[in-house]
Design a protein around this ligand. Structure first.
Ligand code: PXP
Length: 246
């Protein structure tokens, strides 16, 4: 099982301070490239970033920087919108994961509706594949959606683990894990490759890792949170070190 680290929230933190700037200034912290390099040093297998239509965290410039200098395969998450598709075809990431997007959501809340996805979704899959980009569809472990994904031309699905992660008790978690397992099995039998992501953290990973045949887990929020929690001590010490002798 590989790990793709979603670094959107590194950009979220940067945009909290520098949102008004049209371009990412070289001094803007945290530096997305530094974050990518730390992810690589940590041993991750890939970088994931979501270029949202509202540009709330990752900016166009970040995608280019990550592609050219990130040092790891890039998985670009995007809505199947003509504007973002055009950018993806130029940047040419290793992989694109098509996700649903609603402006009012805090993060990607549900899976794609591949059954009713319409022409734009299929057109996007086709255009990306023609460009040599691996395509993944972010869907709930719903058997009808998985069958529709297998007809779309995409090589991968990414199973949405949000319902599992948000289950209120162990019984709920077991039920959602069983749904995920059925989803993986069906997808594999249809010739799809399977990733998973959303809400995976340092405690529920013990459950998720029991799922068979998953290739990559895309994990963001919990890793960035842990980096903050455990990195704070060092950050404070570094600043105190530089204050000495004043
Ligand atoms: N995979 C996809 C398709 C996502 O949209 C996201 C972010 O919502 C993630 C993985 C990572 O989720 P999280 O930040 O909860 O780990």
């Amino acid at each position: 099982m590989k790990l793709g680290v979603n670094i959107d929230h590194v950009a979220t933190l940067r945009q909290a301070r520098y949102r008004s700037k049209q371009v990412v200034m070289p001094w803007a912290e945290p530096d997305i490239l530094e974050a990518a390099r730390a992810v690589k040093r940590g041993g991750a297998h890939g970088l994931t970033a979501h270029l949202r239509e509202d540009r709330r965290h990752i900016q166009d410039q970040d995608v280019w920087v990550l592609r050219r200098r990130g040092g790891l395969p890039l998985n670009l998450e995007m809505a199947a919108s003509p504007e973002i598709l055009k950018i993806a075809l130029k940047v040419c990431p290793d992989e694109v994961c098509i996700v649903p997007e609603r402006r009012e959501e805090v993060t990607t809340e549900g899976g794609l509706d591949v059954l009713r996805g319409g022409r734009q979704l299929l057109k996007s899959v086709e255009a990306l594949r023609k460009r040599g980009i691996l395509v993944s569809l972010f869907i709930a472990p719903d058997l009808r959606q998985i069958r529709a994904a297998s007809r779309s031309g995409a090589e991968f699905i990414e199973l949405h683990t949000g319902a599992f992660a948000e289950a209120r008790d162990a019984a709920g978690r077991r039920k959602e894990l069983a749904r995920l397992k059925r989803g993986v099995e069906l997808a594999i039998s249809l010739g799809l490759r399977v990733n998973a992501g959303h809400g995976i953290n340092y405690s529920n990973i013990a459950w998720i890792r029991k799922l068979p045949a998953l290739e990559t887990l895309n994990i963001g929020h919990s890793i960035v949170c842990r980096a903050l929690t455990f990195g704070l001590e060092r950050a404070v010490r570094d600043m105190l070190g530089r204050m000495k002798g004043a």
